[in-house]
Design a protein around this ligand. Structure first.
Ligand SMILES: Cc1cc2nc3c(=O)[nH]c(=O)nc-3n(C[C@H](O)[C@H](O)[C@H](O)COP(=O)(O)OP(=O)(O)OC[C@H]3O[C@@H](n4cnc5c(N)ncnc54)[C@H](O)[C@@H]3O)c2cc1C
Length: 269
């Protein structure tokens, strides 16, 4: 029974981190695709142990789980699950920056770490690396965006390409870690994306095949100078602009970050 499951979830997170009223559930699942979803409840764990306990309850009650990091998947469904009657597992309160390696240039983050959080962390530590920035804005997560195979405007523009390893809970509650970590190779796991044997980390992108608890992300060093160019085009110049963009990217790999072509709706002026 769903009400039993909700009761057990209350016992795990307390009453202030689980919501089941229609108003909040409607707000959370409203999205620009106009694909409304009914959700059973919205639950916000604060650490990985709580996530494990929540999953145990969901498994026992055969409750489908839909995970979000910060749920800012605007334009692609927001935080609405892909099917009806899921438990919305919101990991935005898991905000640890678990590890930072300044020499090798990578960071391990939990799902709730946002672009803004990493920016502040790097500033505080006087670390000259760039945040994998997207147009989704400072309050969007790094991990959710990478799992969505998002892209950005810094030189590591392919955000899943920059994921060096991850840790996830599988639907039976067991833990997945990248292969080298399983063998005890913690340091090498963080610097060698392709590991050994079949590459499995990619299974967790755009799939809901597991709950990703941490990801290690390669950071690009901040160059001495960064210049931004903005050009305004009219409709007749679009085709030529696309060709030009491809040429610029081929000519200056690693120097030119992402190039965005935006219409009036995207860029207000
Ligand atoms: C104006 C505008 C500009 C945008 N610009 C960009 C851009 O430049 N680049 C870009 O890539 N996107 C962009 N987006 C799209 C979107 O907003 C971003 O991709 C955003 O980062 C996704 O939100 P999130 O980080 O909160 O991820 P979430 O919404 O939390 O998750 C994204 C997906 O990953 C899954 N997921 C999340 N966390 C986990 C987890 N821990 N375990 C398993 N699965 C998980 C979710 O189920 C969901 O399907 C833009 C959108 C708008 C409206």
């Amino acid at each position: 029974m769903i009400s039993n499951a909700i009761e057990e979830l209350h016992a795990i997170v307390g009453s202030d981190r689980i919501e089941a009223g229609p108003a909040i559930l409607n707000r959370l699942t409203r999205n620009t695709l106009n694909s409304p979803r009914k959700i059973v409840a919205h639950v916000q764990p604060i650490n990985q142990d709580e996530v494990r306990s929540i999953l145990t309850v969901a498994i026992r009650h055969r409750l489908p789980v839909y995970t979000i990091s910060t749920g800012k998947n605007w334009g692609y469904g927001g935080s609405a699950p892909v099917q009806q009657n899921c438990l919305l597992l919101d990991l935005s309160r898991l905000k640890s920056i678990v590890h930072f390696n300044r020499d090798l240039g990578y960071v391990t983050v939990e799902p709730g770490v946002t672009q803004q959080d990493l920016y502040e962390f790097l500033e505080k530590n006087e670390a000259a690396f760039m945040v994998p920035t997207t147009g989704a804005g400072p309050s969007a997560s790094l991990l959710g965006n990478a799992l969505e195979r998002g892209y950005g405007i810094t030189s590591n523009e392919d955000h899943f390409g920059a994921v060096l390893g991850l840790k996830a809970l599988l639907p039976d509650g067991s833990l997945y870690q990248s292969t080298l970590k399983e063998l005890g190779g913690y340091q090498s796991d963080s610097v060698f994306k392709w590991k050994i044997g079949p590459y499995l980390d990619g299974l967790f992108t755009q799939s809901n095949l597991g709950i990703v608890l941490e990801a290690t992300i390669a950071l690009a060093r901040r160059p001495e100078d960064i210049t931004q160019f903005i050009a305004f085009l009219n409709d007749s110049q679009l085709e030529q602009a696309v060709r030009c963009t491809a040429r610029i990217r081929q000519t200056f790999p690693g120097i030119v970050g992402g190039i965005n072509i935006m219409n009036r709706r995207r860029l207000y002026r």
